[in-house]
Design a protein. Structure first.
Length: 378
C-alpha cells in the first residue's frame, strides 16, 4: 500500500527529493542530535510536505462525508435452524445477525441494499435498520436471492440520504476504493485500499449455495459487520457490496470481496419487478477440465472460452446449432474466460434475449445467435 499510495499522491517513492528529504540537515539524516534551529527548520519543511498530503487526503474525507449518511446498520432477528434444541425437537433458538447496508433510490422509491446472509430467515418486523441520524426503521418488504447473496429491502421514511451508483464494469485493478460499514454494531467505520483483482469465482464460501460468483477483490479491511455495506470509488459512487471474507479465522486477513454493483443491480431489479431472480438457460454442458493440452489439440494458443461437451435436446443451444466440441469465446461484447464465467454471463442475461455467440469450431470462427430460455422451465 505504501508504494500505491505514493503513486496515487503523485510522489515517486524512489526519489526522496519528492518529499524534500534532500534538504534535511545532515544531522537528521545521520540520526544525530539536532540544534533548536535545525529542529525548527525540519518542522517547517514537515508542515509544507504535510500540506501536499492533506490536500490529497481531502478527497477521502469528502467521500466519507458524502457516503456516510447513506450507510445503515442492519440487525436481524432470525431463527437458528441448526441449533441443538431444534434438532432434538425443542424450540428454535432466536439469534441476532448484524451487518451493514446502503440506501439507494430507484424509480423514485427507497431501498436498502445488503447481503442476503445478513437478513436470511428474518421477517420485516424482525429487521431493524439503524440510520446514520439515529432513527430506527423496519423494511416494508424484503427480497433475497441465495445464489448471489443479494438482498433488497423496500423502506419508507422522510429525509433519507441516498448513495449514487457507479459502473463496476469500469473498475480496474489498482483503483482506490473505500469500504464503509458498521462492523460489530459500532458506528461507521471506514477503510481504504485498492482493487486487487476482478472476476473472482469458484470461492469456497460459508454458504455453498452462492454459486454465481464474480467478485471484486480488495485489500481494504472488511470484517463480518461490513457485510452488506458499500464499496465506494473516489467519486463517492457505490461500485460493490461487501459480502464475504476469505479467512480461516473469520477475521480480516487482507483479502475482502464485494459483489460488483452492476451484477447486484441486475438481480435486485429482477427481485423488485418479479419477486424472484430469473435465471437464463442456454442448454450446454461445459468442460470444466479444459486445459492447455486440450486447447493445443484444437489449435488454440491457450485455454480460453468455454468448451461444449454436450448440447441438450430442444434447448436454446440446439436451436442455435451449437455442437459438441465448440468453444464459445465471446457472448455479445463479453469475452468468455472459462466455463464458470460463461455460466455467470448466461445466468445474468435477461430471459428471452437473443445473444450473439462467437464460436471457435474446426479451427475457424463462426457467429451464432441464440435466444436464451428460462432455466426454471427446462
Amino acid at each position: 500500500m505504501a508504494l500505491g499510495a505514493a503513486a496515487w499522491l503523485g510522489l515517486a517513492a524512489s526519489h526522496p527529493a519528492a518529499l524534500g528529504q534532500a534538504a534535511l540537515p545532515a544531522a537528521l539524516q545521520r540520526g544525530a542530535p539536532m540544534t533548536q534551529e535545525q529542529r525548527a527548520e525540519v518542522y517547517r519543511q514537515l508542515r509544507a510536505q504535510a500540506e501536499v498530503l492533506e490536500k490529497q487526503a481531502a478527497v477521502l474525507k469528502t467521500v466519507v462525508k458524502l457516503i456516510g449518511p447513506a450507510v445503515v446498520h442492519v440487525e436481524a432477528d432470525v431463527t437458528n435452524r441448526h441449533s441443538p434444541q431444534l434438532q432434538l425437537g425443542g424450540p428454535a433458538r432466536r439469534v441476532e445477525e448484524s451487518g451493514s447496508g446502503v440506501l439507494i433510490e430507484l424509480a423514485g422509491k427507497s431501498y436498502v441494499l445488503t447481503s442476503r446472509h445478513v437478513i436470511a430467515g428474518a421477517a420485516p418486523p424482525g429487521i431493524k435498520i439503524n440510520l446514520a441520524d439515529g432513527r430506527t426503521i423496519h423494511p416494508d418488504r424484503v427480497w433475497e436471492d441465495r445464489e448471489t447473496d443479494v438482498a433488497v429491502m423496500a423502506v419508507s421514511a422522510p429525509d433519507l440520504v441516498f448513495a449514487p451508483l457507479g459502473n463496476s464494469d469500469q473498475i480496474e485493478i489498482g483503483d482506490f476504493v473505500v469500504a464503509v460499514g458498521a462492523p460489530f454494531g459500532l458506528t461507521h467505520t471506514v477503510t481504504y485500499g485498492i482493487i486487487s483483482a476482478k472476476g473472482r469465482r469458484n470461492l469456497e464460501l460459508d454458504d455453498p449455495a452462492i454459486k454465481l460468483q464474480d467478485f471484486l477483490q480488495t485489500d481494504a479491511a472488511i470484517n463480518p459487520g461490513n457485510s452488506g455495506g458499500p464499496l465506494v470509488n473516489l467519486r463517492g459512487e457505490v461500485i460493490g457490496i461487501n459480502t464475504c471474507i476469505a479467512s480461516s479465522s473469520g477475521g480480516n486477513e487482507g483479502i475482502g470481496f464485494a459483489v460488483p454493483i452492476n451484477m447486484f443491480m441486475v438481480v435486485a431489479r429482477q427481485l423488485i419487478e418479479h419477486g424472484k431472480a430469473t435465471r437464463a438457460f442456454l442448454g450446454v454442458t461445459l468442460d470444466s477440465a479444459f486445459d492447455a493440452n486440450k486447447a493445443a489439440e484444437l489449435g488454440l494458443p491457450r485455454p480460453m472460452g468455454a468448451r461444449v461437451i454436450k448440447v441438450a435436446e430442444n434447448s436454446p443451444a440446439a436451436a442455435a446449432a451449437l455442437r459438441e466440441g465448440d468453444v464459445i469465446l465471446q457472448l455479445d461484447a463479453n469475452p468468455v474466460e472459462n466455463d464458470s464465467h460463461l455460466v455467470n454471463l448466461i445466468n445474468l442475461t435477461e430471459v428471452g434475449k437473443q445473444v450473439t455467440l462467437h464460436v471457435y469450431r474446426d479451427r475457424q470462427m463462426i457467429v451464432l445467435k441464440a435466444v436464451v430460455g428460462d432455466r426454471s422451465k427446462f
